[in-house]
Design a binder for this molecule. Structure first.
Ligand code: NAP
Length: 509
């Protein structure tokens, strides 16, 4: 930033169906630096107004052309770029993330919107299937059948604190839902309400430019948990896209399942993303891998859902070198500011959980102060890990656990004991092929993405990406929240039988 851009001062209102509205009750932002701003607390009445407007908008937006929706997605990306510096400024103040990181994340966010514009224009996502009529077929004629994917209706979106742009107001869930033809109601994240507001302004401007129904997008700031709980239970909401913690996700998932009309809840939750270090790789490059792990573990203060929190390492001298290199590298990492006070407190609690166990050896313990976090590293063995469920729970932050295993059989048993993960990583050499072949079927059952010789942080937005996995990594193993396949969450197949030509829409031919 050039320092010349005027500061963005949020007005603290909700965007409900094209109008900025305020309520009396207020909640303050909790910025990492810069001024505190005041925001209007959301209410069930506002949730209702936004959902009713979204339903009304669906009757036009759900039947818009793909070209119209592509133009809208592109307009949102343009409007976000037009506010680039102000977004970076407020985003950095609220989250403590460095400006360069937020600039990169903005590029990812606008790139995602443009990717979806291209994707729907190509049309392949509709998965159109046509079985032409066979009137002469015996003993019975076959009717003409056309299957096509249709948008499901209004979608609720909850973004996460750690991606205030790419997994938030105009992030992947919103982009996928709007691309599909679904109006969106976003529950603003309390960790970055001003960032949410300015991005909502960009979407609002794009709605006006494109002449769309204003109910296509609403933003309701939180301030009270009842905003989220009312939203997921609202009868007009047909699906929920959620990125966040296991606790929050599970609570909202249960509410969705208990509705009179249950709806899908696509929760992308936490993960410990185990890495399996095989003996050949260890013999060839133990120190480099240990150092690389430390780098990945501490990137962004460890606040990534794909943070590789666990390294499974054979016992013996080469495994010891890996551990020593990781410990030495982690010692050099300075404390970093965390996204919120609450996340910093949860990090301290996670550290205490490890240090309270006599089955866990402390390799590196650092004092934790206020909202900042420094790395911590622990070691245990496979047996202790498998018996203590709490050791497998995500600690959001730069905390690592090394699990030592006496051999490949023990590694496979341990791998079978892991819960569902977003990612699993193999570090291997040519000589490790047989061991890797034995592990691969296990890892494939555990994770949405299996990597070799890399680190899982940094998720490519692409056609072939899967960002999801078996529970508790996500609440729906058939889905991804990143990449073009994520649009499938907000579509449902409809079969049209024997429709005359005059009734066929652009997507049916
Ligand atoms: P969070 O605390 O669960 O919050 C996410 C959203 O849900 C917020 O809007 C929050 O409201 C709301 N919420 C949480 N619990 C709720 C409840 N009981 N009732 C109603 N609303 C509720 O998560 P976070 O701290 O923002 O994000 C960090 C977590 O996200 C980490 O566990 C990380 O691994 C995970 N994550 C996952 C992915 C992925 O793709 N799998 C990506 C990024 C992050 P408030 O605003 O009021 O708090």
């Amino acid at each position: 930033m050039d320092g010349m851009t005027p500061a963005f001062t949020p007005h603290g209102k909700h965007l409900i169906a094209g109008e900025w509205v305020a309520t009396q009750a207020r909640f303050p932002s909790e910025p990492a630096h810069g001024p505190v701003h005041s925001f209007s607390v959301g209410t069930p009445d506002l949730v209702n107004a936004a959902c009713e407007a979204a339903e009304e908008a669906f009757w036009s937006y759900g039947y818009s052309t793909r070209a119209e929706r592509a133009a809208f997605l592109t307009a949102i990306a343009d409007e976000i770029e037009a506010r680039a510096d102000a977004i970076t400024q407020i985003g950095s103040q609220e989250t403590g993330l460095p400006e360069a990181r937020l600039q990169g994340e903005r590029g990812r966010t606008t790139g995602q919107l443009r990717l979806f514009a291209d994707h729907i224009l190509k049309g392949a996502y509709l998965d159109l299937r046509h079985d032409p009529a066979l009137p002469e077929r015996k003993p019975l004629p076959r009717p003409d059948l056309r299957l096509v994917q249709r948008p499901i209706g209004p979608v609720a979106v909850f973004g996460a604190s750690n991606f205030p742009l790419a997994f938030s107001t105009a992030g992947g869930d919103t982009a996928a839902a709007l691309a599909a033809g679904c109006p969106v109601v976003v529950k603003g994240h309390s960790a970055h309400p001003g960032t949410g507001e300015i991005v909502a302004e960009a979407i609002h401007a794009a709605i006006k430019t494109c002449g769309l129904h204003p109910g296509v997008f609403s933003l309701i700031q939180g301030g009270k948990r009842e905003v989220g709980t009312t939203l997921v239970q609202h009868p007009l909401i047909k699906a929920v896209g959620f990125t966040g913690s296991l606790g929050g996700g599970r609570a909202l998932f249960d509410l969705c399942a208990a509705r009179p009309e249950p709806i899908p809840f696509f929760g992308e939750l936490g993960s410990v993303n185990p890495m399996f270090v095989l003996p050949g790789a260890l013999a060839a490059r133990a120190e480099a891998m240990g150092k690389g792990w430390a780098g990945s573990l501490t990137m962004g203060a460890g606040q990534f859902c794909t943070n590789p929190g666990i390294a499974v390492v054979p016992t013996g001298a080469e495994g010891d070198s890996f551990v020593a290199a990781a410990t030495a590298a982690l010692k050099e990492v300075a404390p970093q500011v965390m996204l919120t006070e609450g996340i910093a407190a949860a990090y301290r609690a996670g550290k205490e959980r490890f240090e309270s166990r006599n089955t866990v050896r402390t390799l590196l313990a650092t004092p934790q102060e206020g909202r900042s976090a420094a790395p911590n590293l622990y070691e245990t063995d496979a047996e202790a890990y498998l018996q203590d469920h709490a050791l497998g729970e995500e600690v959001f932050g730069p905390l690592g656990l090394v699990i030592r295993v006496p051999g490949q059989e023990a590694m496979a048993v341990l791998a079978k004991g892991f819960e569902g993960q977003l990612t699993a990583t193999l570090h291997m050499d040519e000589g490790d092929l047989a061991d890797a072949r034995a592990l691969l079927p296990i890892l494939e059952r555990k994770a949405g993405r299996v990597l070799v010789n890399g680190f899982p942080t940094g998720v490519e937005v692409a056609d072939a990406m899967v960002h999801g996995g078996p529970y508790p990594a996500s609440t729906n193993f058939g889905a991804t929240s990143v990449g073009t396949l994520s649009i499938r969450r907000f579509l449902r197949p409809v079969c049209f039988q024997d429709l005359p030509e005059g009734l066929l829409g652009e997507d049916m031919v």
